[in-house]
Design a protein around this ligand. Structure first.
Ligand code: 4EH
Length: 230
């Protein structure tokens, strides 16, 4: 079984690489891909760099060049849901692009013709994540993740995203990974640990909690691997 684990920032995959210790590095498409054997799983790890385009490119490479049969994303997010606090884990049930806007032509926010607003994550991987959380005695929330090419640090913008898409958390890569995996029929799972509340002090909180929340997410992903059949 070949599995990809991706993050967007180097900090998001560093805890994974530290855990696996020995890996090979392959360079492709102006990026580095770290390959490692974990039990009977061939794991390829990469960080895409920030934003939807970089994330879509990396997801495509992980699937089409490295042969990933499932893709897991590990990283941090801003909380939209007031019940999500720094360090909390949220798994995406569905993902939307909050910055996609051709409403001038009568389309809803997040929609372009021949596509969809919401991409649903794989049910089986969601089930495995819930079982993993239970075994570890951890709380894992799930909900809608909204993605856009903007770091959100404004209460009004955050409210708008919440109201428009029913989002629970915001980040800058998940939906683009979801669209790529959905189109290529690769089951995917997007996990995020909260680093900030996407409000006026988000920049400050993000810098403070990026590393600790990245580790919370990465540790959970590694535990999930133990529950995936090779
Ligand atoms: O990859 C980007 C990172 C912020 S930009 C998206 N990631 C972190 C998730 C995230 C997020 N996205 C949108 C956490 N909080 C978010 C928020 N809004 N409030 C970045 C960060 N550091 C240096 C350079 N760019």
């Amino acid at each position: 079984m070949k599995i990809a684990i991706m993050g967007a920032m180097v900090e998001e995959i560093t805890p994974l690489l530290e855990k696996f210790k020995e890996y090979k590095v392959v360079e492709f498409a102006e990026n580095k891909f770290y390959t490692v054997q974990y039990k009977n799983i061939d794991v390829t790890i990469a960080y895409s760099k920030i934003g939807k385009v970089n994330a879509a490119l990396t997801a495509s490479v992980l699937i089409n060049i490295f042969g990933a049969q499932k893709l897991l994303f590990s990283g941090v997010a801003g909380a939209v849901d007031e019940n999500l606090h720094i360090g909390d884990l949220i798994a995406a049930e569905g993902l939307v692009q909050h910055d996609l806007d051709i409403t001038a032509f009568g389309h809803p926010y997040g929609f372009v013709p021949e596509s969809k607003i919401l991409i649903k994550a794989d049910e089986e991987l969601l089930k495995i994540s819930k079982d993993t959380a239970k075994t570890l005695n951890l709380t894992l929330k799930s909900g809608i993740i909204a993605t856009g090419d903007q770091f959100i640090c404004d209460a009004d913008k955050k409210e708008w995203i919440k109201k428009t898409f029913g989002a629970n958390a915001i980040e800058m890569e998940g939906a683009s990974v979801a669209f790529v995996c959905d189109a290529l029929n690769v089951p995917f799972f997007i996990l995020r640990a909260i680093s900030d509340a996407a409000d006026a002090k988000a920049g400050f909180d993000f810098d403070e909690f990026l590393r600790s929340s990245s580790k919370i997410s990465a540790d959970f992903i590694v535990s999930m691997l133990d529950n995936l059949e090779g």
